[in-house]
Design a protein. Structure first.
Length: 130
């Protein structure tokens, strides 16, 4: 009846995609910390923010809701490693850097959860008429 009508526009879809990617980033950080003393282990990093931003900007230039949906759903994270290492055991994990990234990622993840929860509460309030 309403076709592609969506009360939240693309907000929920963007938050969902971001939460998925942030979860993967947190998994990589946890794996890095678990292997901080493993000889030869190479730090894994997850990247998606820049690709996500570029896809959304391109969809905005085309000014189409369908393109936004495709840009959001088509964005994926990229896992990569770096081969550089200053340690004798060839491991390139720095626990301080990983802990900082873990905190930053956790804060970003929780902010997005609170944002989605807030949007849903607004809708619930409107439905109840309060």
């Amino acid at each position: 009846m309403f076709g592609d009508f969506n009360l939240f526009g693309n907000t929920i879809a963007m938050a969902e995609k971001s939460l998925d990617c942030l979860w993967k980033k947190q998994e990589a950080i946890n794996n890095n910390l678990a292997n901080v003393d493993t000889p030869g282990y190479k730090r894994k990093q997850v990247s998606f923010e820049e690709t996500f931003r570029k896809r959304l900007i391109a969809a905005d230039k085309e000014n189409s809701g369908t393109n936004f949906k495709e840009a959001i759903s088509g964005t994926n994270y990229k896992v990569y490693t770096r081969d550089d290492s200053a340690r004798v055991d060839e491991n390139n994990v720095n626990a301080d850097v990983e802990n900082t990234e873990m905190t930053r990622t956790w804060l970003h993840y929780n902010y997005l959860l609170q944002s989605v929860t807030s949007d849903i509460k607004v809708l619930q309030t409107a439905i109840k008429g309060q």
